[in-house]
Design a protein around this ligand. Structure first.
Ligand code: GLV
Ligand code: GLV
Length: 323
Protein backbone atom coordinates (compact mmCIF):
# COMPACT_ATOMS: atom_id res chain seq x y z
CA UNK A 1 0.00 0.00 0.00
CA UNK A 2 0.98 3.63 -0.57
CA UNK A 3 1.03 6.43 1.99
CA UNK A 4 0.52 9.33 -0.42
CA UNK A 5 1.64 12.05 2.06
CA UNK A 6 4.39 12.44 4.64
CA UNK A 7 2.81 11.56 8.02
CA UNK A 8 4.04 10.81 11.56
CA UNK A 9 6.84 8.16 11.41
CA UNK A 10 5.18 6.33 14.32
CA UNK A 11 2.10 5.76 12.17
CA UNK A 12 4.18 4.51 9.23
CA UNK A 13 5.90 2.09 11.64
CA UNK A 14 2.49 0.84 12.84
CA UNK A 15 1.33 0.30 9.26
CA UNK A 16 4.55 -1.61 8.52
CA UNK A 17 3.81 -4.07 11.33
CA UNK A 18 0.80 -5.25 9.27
CA UNK A 19 1.27 -4.22 5.65
CA UNK A 20 3.80 -3.70 2.87
CA UNK A 21 4.21 0.06 2.82
CA UNK A 22 5.64 2.44 0.27
CA UNK A 23 5.76 6.15 1.03
CA UNK A 24 5.77 9.48 -0.76
CA UNK A 25 8.36 11.54 1.08
CA UNK A 26 7.98 14.97 -0.48
CA UNK A 27 5.65 17.67 0.89
CA UNK A 28 4.75 18.37 -2.74
CA UNK A 29 1.46 16.51 -3.31
CA UNK A 30 1.42 13.85 -6.03
CA UNK A 31 -0.35 14.91 -9.22
CA UNK A 32 -3.18 12.71 -10.49
CA UNK A 33 -0.82 11.10 -13.04
CA UNK A 34 1.92 10.51 -10.46
CA UNK A 35 -0.58 9.07 -8.02
CA UNK A 36 -1.81 6.65 -10.66
CA UNK A 37 1.77 5.59 -11.45
CA UNK A 38 2.74 5.13 -7.78
CA UNK A 39 -0.42 3.09 -7.10
CA UNK A 40 0.37 0.38 -9.67
CA UNK A 41 0.20 -2.92 -7.81
CA UNK A 42 -0.95 -1.29 -4.54
CA UNK A 43 -3.93 -2.69 -2.64
CA UNK A 44 -4.44 0.35 -0.42
CA UNK A 45 -3.79 4.07 -0.22
CA UNK A 46 -3.59 6.53 2.69
CA UNK A 47 -4.72 9.98 1.54
CA UNK A 48 -5.70 13.36 2.95
CA UNK A 49 -8.20 15.97 1.77
CA UNK A 50 -6.88 16.68 -1.72
CA UNK A 51 -5.77 13.53 -3.57
CA UNK A 52 -8.32 13.03 -6.36
CA UNK A 53 -9.71 9.49 -6.21
CA UNK A 54 -12.05 9.16 -9.18
CA UNK A 55 -13.35 6.60 -11.66
CA UNK A 56 -10.43 7.15 -14.03
CA UNK A 57 -7.85 6.45 -11.31
CA UNK A 58 -9.78 3.39 -10.10
CA UNK A 59 -9.93 1.99 -13.64
CA UNK A 60 -6.15 2.40 -13.94
CA UNK A 61 -5.47 0.77 -10.54
CA UNK A 62 -7.51 -2.46 -10.53
CA UNK A 63 -5.66 -3.92 -7.54
CA UNK A 64 -6.82 -1.14 -5.21
CA UNK A 65 -9.05 -2.40 -2.38
CA UNK A 66 -9.02 0.42 0.17
CA UNK A 67 -8.82 4.22 0.13
CA UNK A 68 -8.43 5.58 3.65
CA UNK A 69 -8.36 9.30 4.33
CA UNK A 70 -7.13 11.09 7.43
CA UNK A 71 -9.58 13.95 6.69
CA UNK A 72 -13.24 14.15 7.69
CA UNK A 73 -14.29 15.85 4.41
CA UNK A 74 -14.14 13.42 1.49
CA UNK A 75 -15.24 15.50 -1.50
CA UNK A 76 -11.95 14.47 -3.18
CA UNK A 77 -13.12 10.83 -3.27
CA UNK A 78 -15.82 9.52 -5.61
CA UNK A 79 -17.41 7.13 -3.11
CA UNK A 80 -20.05 5.67 -5.49
CA UNK A 81 -17.30 4.90 -8.05
CA UNK A 82 -15.29 3.17 -5.32
CA UNK A 83 -18.33 1.19 -4.18
CA UNK A 84 -19.03 0.11 -7.76
CA UNK A 85 -15.51 -1.35 -7.93
CA UNK A 86 -15.64 -2.90 -4.47
CA UNK A 87 -13.09 -0.45 -3.06
CA UNK A 88 -13.57 0.36 0.63
CA UNK A 89 -13.48 4.06 1.55
CA UNK A 90 -13.06 5.54 5.02
CA UNK A 91 -12.72 9.05 6.42
CA UNK A 92 -11.71 10.29 9.88
CA UNK A 93 -14.74 11.74 11.67
CA UNK A 94 -15.18 12.51 15.39
CA UNK A 95 -11.51 12.57 16.43
CA UNK A 96 -11.14 16.13 15.09
CA UNK A 97 -14.49 17.59 16.12
CA UNK A 98 -13.51 19.51 19.27
CA UNK A 99 -10.13 20.67 17.93
CA UNK A 100 -11.73 21.94 14.73
CA UNK A 101 -14.48 23.69 16.69
CA UNK A 102 -11.83 25.37 18.88
CA UNK A 103 -10.19 26.71 15.74
CA UNK A 104 -13.45 27.84 14.15
CA UNK A 105 -14.26 29.75 17.31
CA UNK A 106 -10.75 31.24 17.52
CA UNK A 107 -10.88 32.33 13.87
CA UNK A 108 -14.30 33.90 14.41
CA UNK A 109 -13.01 35.76 17.47
CA UNK A 110 -9.83 36.88 15.71
CA UNK A 111 -12.01 38.17 12.88
CA UNK A 112 -14.50 40.00 15.11
CA UNK A 113 -11.81 41.56 17.32
CA UNK A 114 -9.38 42.35 14.46
CA UNK A 115 -6.50 40.45 16.07
CA UNK A 116 -4.48 39.71 12.92
CA UNK A 117 -4.96 43.21 11.57
CA UNK A 118 -3.85 44.68 14.92
CA UNK A 119 -0.78 42.51 14.98
CA UNK A 120 0.25 43.56 11.47
CA UNK A 121 -0.28 47.21 12.45
CA UNK A 122 1.92 46.89 15.53
CA UNK A 123 4.70 45.03 13.69
CA UNK A 124 4.73 47.68 10.98
CA UNK A 125 5.61 50.23 13.70
CA UNK A 126 2.38 52.16 13.21
CA UNK A 127 1.35 52.17 16.89
CA UNK A 128 2.20 55.70 17.92
CA UNK A 129 -0.67 56.68 20.22
CA UNK A 130 -3.80 55.45 21.97
CA UNK A 131 -7.03 56.26 20.23
CA UNK A 132 -10.65 55.76 21.30
CA UNK A 133 -11.44 53.60 18.28
CA UNK A 134 -8.07 52.00 17.60
CA UNK A 135 -8.84 48.58 16.09
CA UNK A 136 -12.32 48.65 17.62
CA UNK A 137 -14.28 45.68 16.33
CA UNK A 138 -17.45 43.72 17.01
CA UNK A 139 -18.40 42.01 20.26
CA UNK A 140 -18.54 38.24 20.40
CA UNK A 141 -20.32 37.62 23.73
CA UNK A 142 -24.08 38.01 23.49
CA UNK A 143 -23.93 38.57 19.71
CA UNK A 144 -25.99 36.24 17.52
CA UNK A 145 -24.00 33.25 16.28
CA UNK A 146 -25.18 31.78 12.99
CA UNK A 147 -23.99 28.27 12.14
CA UNK A 148 -24.39 27.06 8.57
CA UNK A 149 -24.09 23.25 8.63
CA UNK A 150 -25.03 21.57 11.91
CA UNK A 151 -22.97 18.38 11.85
CA UNK A 152 -20.74 17.37 14.72
CA UNK A 153 -18.39 20.32 14.27
CA UNK A 154 -21.24 22.81 13.89
CA UNK A 155 -22.79 21.54 17.12
CA UNK A 156 -19.47 21.83 18.96
CA UNK A 157 -19.16 25.46 17.81
CA UNK A 158 -22.77 26.21 18.80
CA UNK A 159 -22.07 24.80 22.29
CA UNK A 160 -19.06 27.05 22.70
CA UNK A 161 -21.08 30.11 21.70
CA UNK A 162 -24.21 29.33 23.72
CA UNK A 163 -22.65 27.96 26.90
CA UNK A 164 -19.36 29.86 27.00
CA UNK A 165 -20.19 33.24 25.51
CA UNK A 166 -23.92 33.71 26.11
CA UNK A 167 -24.62 33.91 22.38
CA UNK A 168 -28.08 33.28 20.99
CA UNK A 169 -27.42 30.57 18.38
CA UNK A 170 -29.34 30.11 15.14
CA UNK A 171 -28.46 27.49 12.54
CA UNK A 172 -29.42 26.28 9.14
CA UNK A 173 -29.05 22.73 7.95
CA UNK A 174 -30.95 20.71 5.36
CA UNK A 175 -32.30 18.53 8.14
CA UNK A 176 -33.21 19.88 11.55
CA UNK A 177 -31.57 18.42 14.62
CA UNK A 178 -33.74 16.31 16.90
CA UNK A 179 -35.23 18.53 19.60
CA UNK A 180 -33.06 17.06 22.37
CA UNK A 181 -29.90 17.94 20.41
CA UNK A 182 -31.20 21.45 19.70
CA UNK A 183 -31.74 21.89 23.42
CA UNK A 184 -28.29 20.53 24.26
CA UNK A 185 -26.59 23.11 22.06
CA UNK A 186 -29.27 25.78 22.63
CA UNK A 187 -29.66 26.43 18.91
CA UNK A 188 -32.72 27.38 16.89
CA UNK A 189 -33.27 26.22 13.29
CA UNK A 190 -34.01 28.99 10.78
CA UNK A 191 -34.20 29.11 6.99
CA UNK A 192 -31.05 30.16 5.16
CA UNK A 193 -32.21 33.75 4.44
CA UNK A 194 -33.08 34.32 8.11
CA UNK A 195 -29.70 32.93 9.15
CA UNK A 196 -27.93 35.37 6.84
CA UNK A 197 -30.07 38.33 7.91
CA UNK A 198 -29.85 37.76 11.65
CA UNK A 199 -26.34 36.43 12.31
CA UNK A 200 -23.75 38.80 13.73
CA UNK A 201 -21.12 36.11 13.25
CA UNK A 202 -21.71 33.48 10.58
CA UNK A 203 -19.59 30.31 10.80
CA UNK A 204 -19.67 27.93 7.83
CA UNK A 205 -19.19 24.20 8.45
CA UNK A 206 -21.04 22.46 5.60
CA UNK A 207 -19.37 19.65 3.64
CA UNK A 208 -18.51 20.53 0.04
CA UNK A 209 -20.57 18.92 -2.71
CA UNK A 210 -22.02 20.13 -5.99
CA UNK A 211 -25.11 21.11 -3.93
CA UNK A 212 -23.09 23.38 -1.62
CA UNK A 213 -20.97 24.95 -4.40
CA UNK A 214 -21.12 28.76 -3.98
CA UNK A 215 -23.83 28.36 -1.36
CA UNK A 216 -22.62 31.80 -0.20
CA UNK A 217 -22.34 34.16 -3.17
CA UNK A 218 -23.30 37.70 -4.11
CA UNK A 219 -27.02 37.32 -3.29
CA UNK A 220 -26.42 35.67 0.09
CA UNK A 221 -23.77 38.21 1.13
CA UNK A 222 -26.24 40.97 0.27
CA UNK A 223 -28.58 39.69 3.00
CA UNK A 224 -25.96 39.96 5.75
CA UNK A 225 -25.68 42.84 8.23
CA UNK A 226 -23.02 45.46 7.42
CA UNK A 227 -21.39 44.76 10.80
CA UNK A 228 -21.41 40.98 10.42
CA UNK A 229 -18.44 38.64 10.08
CA UNK A 230 -18.17 35.44 8.05
CA UNK A 231 -15.87 32.56 8.99
CA UNK A 232 -15.30 29.59 6.64
CA UNK A 233 -13.67 26.44 7.99
CA UNK A 234 -15.57 24.08 5.67
CA UNK A 235 -14.12 23.87 2.14
CA UNK A 236 -13.12 26.28 -0.55
CA UNK A 237 -15.93 26.55 -3.08
CA UNK A 238 -18.73 26.70 -0.51
CA UNK A 239 -18.12 30.46 -0.55
CA UNK A 240 -17.66 32.41 -3.80
CA UNK A 241 -14.29 33.98 -2.88
CA UNK A 242 -14.47 36.70 -5.54
CA UNK A 243 -17.93 37.82 -4.38
CA UNK A 244 -16.71 37.76 -0.78
CA UNK A 245 -13.66 39.89 -1.64
CA UNK A 246 -15.94 42.49 -3.26
CA UNK A 247 -18.29 42.56 -0.25
CA UNK A 248 -15.31 43.00 2.11
CA UNK A 249 -13.71 45.70 -0.04
CA UNK A 250 -16.97 47.64 -0.14
CA UNK A 251 -17.57 47.01 3.59
CA UNK A 252 -20.93 45.41 2.89
CA UNK A 253 -19.88 43.03 5.67
CA UNK A 254 -17.28 43.91 8.30
CA UNK A 255 -14.73 41.11 8.09
CA UNK A 256 -14.04 37.48 7.24
CA UNK A 257 -11.93 34.64 8.62
CA UNK A 258 -10.95 32.03 6.05
CA UNK A 259 -9.14 28.73 6.59
CA UNK A 260 -10.13 27.26 3.20
CA UNK A 261 -10.06 28.68 -0.32
CA UNK A 262 -11.15 27.97 -3.87
CA UNK A 263 -8.08 26.58 -5.63
CA UNK A 264 -5.97 26.37 -2.44
CA UNK A 265 -3.07 26.50 -1.73
CA UNK A 266 -3.45 29.45 -4.10
CA UNK A 267 -5.40 32.35 -2.58
CA UNK A 268 -7.31 34.93 -4.60
CA UNK A 269 -5.01 38.01 -4.74
CA UNK A 270 -7.98 40.32 -3.99
CA UNK A 271 -8.32 38.61 -0.59
CA UNK A 272 -4.60 38.93 0.17
CA UNK A 273 -4.83 42.69 -0.37
CA UNK A 274 -7.68 43.29 2.09
CA UNK A 275 -7.05 44.35 5.71
CA UNK A 276 -10.35 43.00 7.05
CA UNK A 277 -9.79 39.31 6.43
CA UNK A 278 -7.89 36.78 8.56
CA UNK A 279 -6.29 34.08 6.41
CA UNK A 280 -4.99 30.72 7.65
CA UNK A 281 -3.64 27.75 5.62
CA UNK A 282 -6.30 25.02 6.12
CA UNK A 283 -5.22 24.17 9.67
CA UNK A 284 -8.51 23.92 11.60
CA UNK A 285 -7.80 20.35 12.72
CA UNK A 286 -4.09 20.92 13.24
CA UNK A 287 -3.34 20.28 16.88
CA UNK A 288 -0.58 17.72 17.35
CA UNK A 289 -2.71 15.21 19.30
CA UNK A 290 -5.59 15.49 16.84
CA UNK A 291 -3.44 15.11 13.74
CA UNK A 292 -1.94 12.03 15.40
CA UNK A 293 -5.43 10.66 16.13
CA UNK A 294 -6.55 11.33 12.53
CA UNK A 295 -3.49 9.50 11.13
CA UNK A 296 -4.01 6.59 13.50
CA UNK A 297 -7.69 6.31 12.59
CA UNK A 298 -6.85 6.19 8.87
CA UNK A 299 -4.22 3.54 9.67
CA UNK A 300 -6.74 1.49 11.70
CA UNK A 301 -9.09 1.57 8.73
CA UNK A 302 -6.38 0.47 6.29
CA UNK A 303 -5.08 -2.32 8.47
CA UNK A 304 -8.59 -3.66 9.04
CA UNK A 305 -9.63 -3.32 5.39
CA UNK A 306 -6.54 -5.12 4.09
CA UNK A 307 -6.31 -7.86 6.74
CA UNK A 308 -9.93 -9.01 6.82
CA UNK A 309 -11.04 -6.91 9.80
CA UNK A 310 -13.82 -4.37 10.26
CA UNK A 311 -12.71 -0.81 9.40
CA UNK A 312 -14.01 1.47 12.20
CA UNK A 313 -15.16 4.42 10.07
CA UNK A 314 -15.95 2.97 6.64
CA UNK A 315 -18.14 5.12 4.38
CA UNK A 316 -19.23 2.15 2.24
CA UNK A 317 -19.04 -0.89 4.56
CA UNK A 318 -21.37 -2.71 2.14
CA UNK A 319 -18.39 -3.54 -0.09
CA UNK A 320 -17.02 -5.85 2.63
CA UNK A 321 -20.19 -7.91 2.76
CA UNK A 322 -19.77 -8.69 -0.94
CA UNK A 323 -16.37 -10.38 -0.75
C1 GLV B 1 -9.88 18.72 6.65
O1 GLV B 1 -10.16 19.64 5.94
C2 GLV B 1 -10.70 17.58 6.88
O2 GLV B 1 -11.68 17.39 6.15
O3 GLV B 1 -10.36 16.81 7.78
C1 GLV C 1 -19.13 17.76 10.15
O1 GLV C 1 -19.71 18.63 10.69
C2 GLV C 1 -18.58 16.49 10.61
O2 GLV C 1 -17.98 16.42 11.69
O3 GLV C 1 -18.74 15.54 9.86
Amino acid sequence: MLVARPIFPEVIARLREHLDVITHDSEQALSATELQARLQGCDGVFVAASEPINAELLAACPQLKAVCSMAVGYNNIDVPACTARGVLVSNAPDVLTETTADFGFALMMATARRIAESERFLRRGEWTHWSFDLMAGADVHAATLGVLGMGRIGQAIARRGALGFGMPVIYHNRSRLPEADEQAVKARWVDKATLLREADHLVIVVPYSPASHHMIGEAELALMKPGATLTNIARGGVVDDAALARALAERRIAAAGLDVFEGEPKVLPALLDLPNVVLTPHIASASIPTRMAMCNLAADNLIAALTGGKPPTALNPEVLART
